[in-house]
Design a protein around this ligand. Structure first.
Ligand code: C2E
Ligand code: CA
Ligand code: CA
Ligand code: CA
Length: 283
């Protein structure tokens, strides 16, 4: 048994070594990707249930790697955070998407297009950085996008890391005229008092509660609570990860007004969004 323990330790070590090498290669690649601008923005429509039309988009980053093809954010955001490359990546998405949505507002306006909104993800690590305010100001000025069209999404757990600091940053973003949105709501154990204390405009119910909500009474209770909380606190509530008609039926019955999910649209390229809007799906 002793021998076996020894050799499995060796194997374990070799594996860790391989992983470390892989990670170092990925870091080098990621650095180069930032320099070369290998990122693209995918847009997932957010649907207004009243009209069944598109009222806005969430911008989601994609890495177009020369050899490995498309790399999804789940496979590089953590490394980007550890290396500080996230500041440049978030900022690229912010600037690119503000300019893009402004173009759609002009192209498909003035009555409908100008109502389109844009949701941007800002990493918790980036959120505490002094540069964020300048980056947001710059993106708004350069694009001409009206500040109220911009929703900054920040996860519940990032807000709870340092609530006092978070409150300050949220107020600064609000002072610019932007809206703030709690992402993945329900997963980060935030105390309800923070919902009242923070100047929040939107909450997004995490996909894990929508997944299986048709048959799961606990998920139903949580989703119901978020909608009623939203109502009493005057927050816009968006359900994310809606995949089935049964989930949609439950949500509509609970008074849900905004949804995002594969049942309606997957994240798509700017060209695909253009065709969608040209086809009259805007509202
Ligand atoms: P998130 O902010 O919660 O974004 C929603 C994720 O759920 C997206 O995955 C989207 O494609 C996926 N999704 C949407 N509807 C459905 C559905 O009906 N079913 C299922 N199964 N999935 C659905 P994606 O694009 O892979 O992004 C993953 C995460 O990476 C995001 O989660 C966000 O935390 C992060 N991320 C993406 N783009 C950025 C970015 O520009 N900056 C930062 N800091 N993080 C980003
Ligand atoms: Ca998000
Ligand atoms: Ca989310
Ligand atoms: Ca998430």
């Amino acid at each position: 048994a002793k021998e076996r323990g020894k050799s499995s330790f060796k194997v374990f070590n070799q594996k860790m070594h391989d992983q470390a090498l892989k990670l170092m290669a990925l870091e080098t690649d990621l650095r180069r990707a930032v320099d070369l601008g290998e990122f693209e923005v995918a847009y997932q429509p957010i649907v207004c249930l009243e009209t069944r039309k598109v009222c806005g988009f969430e911008a989601l980053v994609r890495w177009r790697h020369a050899e490995h093809g498309t790399i999804m954010p789940g496979d590089f955001i953590a490394l980007a955070e550890d290396t500080g490359l996230i500041y440049a990546i978030d900022n690229f998405v912010l600037a690119e998407a503000c300019g893009q949505v402004k173009q759609w507002q002009i192209g498909f306006g003035p009555h409908m297009g100008e109502l389109l909104t844009l949701n941007i993800n800002i990493s918790g690590k980036h959120f505490g950085q002094p540069m964020l305010l300048n980056q947001v100001t710059r993106a708004l000025t350069d694009s001409g996008l009206h500040p109220s069209a911009l929703n900054i999404e920040i996860t519940e757990s990032a807000l709870m890391d340092d609530p006092a600091k978070a409150e300050e940053v949220l107020r600064q973003l609000k002072a610019l005229g932007a809206r703030v949105c709690i992402d993945d709501f329900g997963t980060g154990y935030s105390s309800l008092s923070y919902l009242q204390r923070f100047p929040i405009d939107v909450v997004k119910v995490d996909r894990s509660f929508i997944d299986g909500v048709e048959g799961n009474q606990d998920s139903q209770a949580i989703v119901r609570t978020v909608f009623s909380l939203g109502k009493s606190l005057g927050l816009k509530v968006v359900a994310e990860g809606v995949e089935t008609p049964a989930q949609l039926a439950f949500l509509e019955n609970e008074g849900c007004r905004f949804v995002q999910g594969f049942l309606f649209y997957r994240p798509m390229s700017a060209a695909e969004v253009h065709d969608l809007l040209a086809g009259g799906s805007i509202g």
